[in-house]
Ligand binder design. Structure first.
Ligand SMILES: NC(=O)c1ccc[n+]([C@@H]2O[C@H](COP(=O)([O-])OP(=O)(O)OC[C@H]3O[C@@H](n4cnc5c(N)ncnc54)[C@H](O)[C@@H]3O)[C@@H](O)[C@H]2O)c1
Length: 255
């Protein structure tokens, strides 16, 4: 049996770090040719080199740069089979609605939601031409549950990603294009580790809600991305694909 993603071309935004980086490694190991789009040139180039792919400097809030990113993948490798629209931010200025200013609100909406609109807008025409494609948009478990530790624009942006993905999944279902919203639970990233090492109570406040009692590793999210990208997920579209250790299903968690 060949590798699941042999011959497939995958664009990953935010592929320079975290979930995007783990997904670049995973999809490349399954045979995909990977194109990394990121604003971080050093990190993006290093990942592209590691996985034998291409790097394209792209700010996902720029219409021209997003269009050029997907065109570059087609020009370089001949097709666009997977769009993992994953770049996103969660800055500290985005907090309770009472404290979050309009600039912080707008910045997060641009990077997390407008970016996904742009990426889908410029990926879908290539996929329609081919009659095939898998789009995976990174939302979050906070798109389906409320938190008293609010990041109001982030949560609203991820809700937008979720409903936009559902609508696109339905609209293009008969053209061979699948669109799913990936909803990761909290992931064990260096940033999170540092934050919680300084403030164990903050970590505990969150961990108590996770049935598995731990955060996800980036590789566990990447495994779901590779699945959604592949034909193993051929009947999965317009879904909210939760990879959350059971958080969204829990009331009382194990001691
Ligand atoms: N880490 C978590 O706990 C978690 C949980 C749920 C959802 N998510 C979502 O997963 C996605 C990836 O998160 P992560 O934790 O891997 O983040 P990360 O910060 O490790 O990586 C994000 C990458 O996106 C890039 N990026 C940021 N702004 C960009 C822009 N304007 N244009 C292009 N690239 C840009 C960064 O340079 C970086 O390489 C985000 O959408 C995030 O909201 C993360």
């Amino acid at each position: 049996m060949g590798k699941r993603l042999d011959g497939r071309v995958a664009v990953i935004t935010g592929g320079g770090s975290g979930i995007g980086l783990a997904s670049a490694r995973r999809m490349a190991s399954e045979g995909a040719r990977v194109v990394i789009g990121d604003v971080d040139v050093a990190a993006g180039k290093a990942v592209a080199e590691e996985v034998g792919g291409e790097f394209v400097q792209a700010d996902v809030t720029s219409e021209g740069e997003v269009e050029a990113l997907f065109q570059a993948a087609v020009d370089r490798f001949g097709s666009l089979d997977v769009a993992f629209n994953n770049a996103g931010i969660s800055p500290p200025e985005d907090d309770s609605i009472l404290d979050t200013g309009l600039d912080a609100w707008r910045k997060v909406q641009e990077v997390n939601l407008t970016s996904v609109y742009l990426c889908c807008k410029y990926a879908i025409p290539h996929m329609r031409r081919q009659g095939r494609g898998s789009i995976i948009n990174t939302a979050s478990f906070v798109a389906v549950m409320g938190a008293a530790t609010s990041q109001i624009s982030y949560t609203a942006s991820k809700g937008g990603v979720l409903s936009m993905s559902r609508e696109l999944g339905v609209q293009f279902a008969r053209e061979g294009i699948r669109v799913n919203a990936l909803c990761p639970g909290p992931v064990n990233t260096p940033l999170l580790q540092e934050l919680f090492a300084k403030d164990p109570e903050r970590a505990q406040r969150r961990l108590v809600h996770v049935p598995m009692g731990r955060f996800a590793e980036p590789e566990e999210i990447a495994a779901a991305v590779a699945f959604l990208a592949s034909d193993d997920a051929s009947f999965i579209t317009a879904s909210q694909f939760l990879v959350d250790g059971g958080i969204s299903g829990a009331y009382v968690t194990p001691l």
